[in-house]
Write a protein of this length. Structure first.
Ligand SMILES: [Zn+2]
Length: 298
């Protein structure tokens, strides 16, 4: 296996790291991966993850719900209901934050295309990109939505979009700084960048430590916090305009964290931790399991 051995912090360039723990890949391989943080800026990442070209095998699990549509079990019922609700919330959030009712939208890592088709039906001009061939086929078969493979990102002209969205995608992207540069290039000067990622300083992350399901190693390479996310944005010419909590993620992540540890009554235990996490994040959004960040160009 070719590994992504990080020698320089992608955020600040520092070369000294602290070992934060070891997390297990519960989905696909059962392997352990080291969690590291930069001694200078605190940016947290997965060390020695497989390189992008070899990561495919680590998505090969029927459990990886976001790319499938199997309606089985309590977790899936919960997931699909929450998704329906979140789609509406995301769509209205885009319209509110972008100050456009219709515009040119690029959704990167669109998965099976639910969000992209929602925006298209609302009258937006939508381009969607997804790496997984089977997910692209799903979007075509079910929504007649043509989704482009990930190399399409290099083919658009500068300033082609009013809004770019990445819903739980950035934590997967190997060439992180290149991606940020490309986002800056593709976005119109008055455009809005919307990025949702898990928060490794959330209440539930602190509660579960290295067993926190949203570490999701090795698929998640980067473990952002509100502080490191803001620094990344500033480094690449963006300013942070807003942060919004995603309280439902705490339930899903907590249940999964319990399930991964094979705890008895994992659903109930996870719901309980999720409830506490959601209440905490109402008071302090920096504790939210995941956050939606709204950026504009400087
Ligand atoms: Zn650093």
């Amino acid at each position: 296996m070719n590994k992504l051995n990080i020698k320089e912090c992608p955020l600040c360039g520092n070369t000294e790291f602290k070992h934060e723990g070891s997390s297990k890949d519960f989905y696909a391989s059962g392997e352990h991966f080291d969690l590291m943080s930069c001694k200078s800026c605190g940016f947290k990442f997965t060390q020695n993850a497989p390189v992008e070209s070899e990561m495919g095998a680590y998505y090969d699990s029927p459990d990886y719900i976001s790319h499938t549509n199997i309606k089985l079990g309590m977790m899936n019922i919960l997931y699909h209901n929450v998704r329906r609700h979140m789609l509406k919330r995301k769509a209205s959030l885009v319209q509110r934050e972008a100050h456009y009712h219709k515009g040119r939208l690029l959704d990167i890592g669109t998965g099976t295309g639910y969000f992209a088709i929602t925006m298209k039906l609302m009258g937006w001009k939508v381009q969607a990109i997804e790496k997984s061939e089977s997910a692209r086929q799903f979007a075509l078969d079910n929504f007649e939505l043509e989704v482009l493979p990930d190399d399409a990102l290099n083919k658009f002209a500068p300033k082609s979009f009013d809004v770019i969205t990445l819903w739980h995608v950035m934590e997967h992207i190997e060439h992180l700084n290149e991606l940020w540069d490309r986002l800056h290039e593709l976005l119109d000067d008055k455009g809005t960048l919307i990025v949702a990622v898990p928060n490794s300083e959330s209440y539930d992350a602190r509660q579960y430590g290295e067993n926190w399901a949203a570490y999701d190693v090795p698929r998640h390479l980067w473990h952002f916090t509100p502080v490191t996310m803001k620094k990344f944005a500033e480094k690449h010419g963006f300013t942070m305009r807003n942060r919004l909590p995603m309280p439902y993620d705490a339930f899903y992540v907590s249940i999964l964290s319990e399930k991964n540890q094979k705890k008895n009554f994992s659903f109930i235990r996870g719901m309980w931790t999720g409830t506490k996490a959601a209440i905490q994040s109402l008071g302090k959004k920096e504790l939210s399991s995941s956050l939606i960040y709204i950026f504009r160009k400087k």
